[in-house]
Design a protein around this ligand. Structure first.
Ligand SMILES: Nc1ncnc2c1ncn2[C@@H]1O[C@H](COP(=O)(O)OP(=O)(O)OP(=O)(O)O)[C@@H](O)[C@H]1O
Length: 202
């Protein structure tokens, strides 16, 4: 499904990524691991089309990834940077808006995801009133209320408590079982062990 070939990225004199090759098939997960500053976020941003590699290519279903392509936007769900929320929309309104925007306005799915992420008690709160872990949960929830074939997650375990991390591992394995592909960057060896079929070390 996802193919990365010979991807390199420089920032000035600093070569962050050097001819990276990567393949993520449907129903599998690949974890990108490595120390702080090794290029994990840069790689995921290039895959998402948010940054351009200096060399190499990223293909989804055989076509070059272009973030503005509606097929790419429909297929790829992700949490990459710190997510900006609309200040005046509640938790449930965010998820309903996102589901609606992607043509999947199913209240049962929104309710199920809220419940699974423990956000039901906070469903009517505005983002500014959420804890950092709840904001992270809302960002993750955004991926699961919309259609998706590839999940791109940059350190999805960040700020999650133990129960949240357990949920995340189970959810990602369920995504794989449903035939979806997962590319995640992570510093959590347990999450990587539980979910990843392949590991790329930068
Ligand atoms: N826009 C940019 N301009 C200049 N340098 C950058 C830019 N983005 C990233 N870098 C540099 O590229 C390197 C890789 O950064 P990146 O964020 O990809 O690392 P990472 O592996 O995700 O790190 P972490 O584990 O800390 O999240 C770092 O040295 C960083 O300073």
């Amino acid at each position: 499904m996802l193919e990365v070939r010979g991807l390199s990225r420089w920032f000035g004199e600093l070569r962050v990524l050097s001819t990276v090759d990567l393949h993520v098939a449907a129903g599998t997960a690949t974890a990108v691991v490595g120390p702080n500053g090794s290029g994990k976020t840069t790689l995921l941003r290039c895959v998402a089309g948010l940054d351009r590699p200096d060399e190499g290519e990223v293909r989804l279903d055989g076509r070059p990834v272009d973030e503005t392509d509606p097929r790419v936007r429909a297929a790829v769900a992700g949490v990459l940077d710190d997510v900006d929320f609309f200040p005046d929309l509640s938790v449930v309104e965010h998820l309903e808006l996102l589901a609606f925007a992607h043509g999947a306005p199913d209240p049962a799915t929104v309710a199920e995801v809220l419940d699974a992420l423990g956000l039901t008690p906070a469903r009517d709160q505005l983002p500014a009133t959420l804890s950092s872990g709840q904001r992270r949960r809302l960002a993750l929830a955004s991926c699961f209320v919309r259609p998706r074939r590839l999940l791109l997650l940059d350190e999805p375990e960040q700020r999650l408590d133990t129960a949240g991390r357990t949920w995340l591992a189970e959810r990602l394995n369920a995504e794989k079982a449903a035939g979806r592909a997962v590319l995640l960057a992570s510093h959590d060896p347990l999450l990587v062990d539980t979910v990843a079929d392949h590991t790329l070390t930068l």
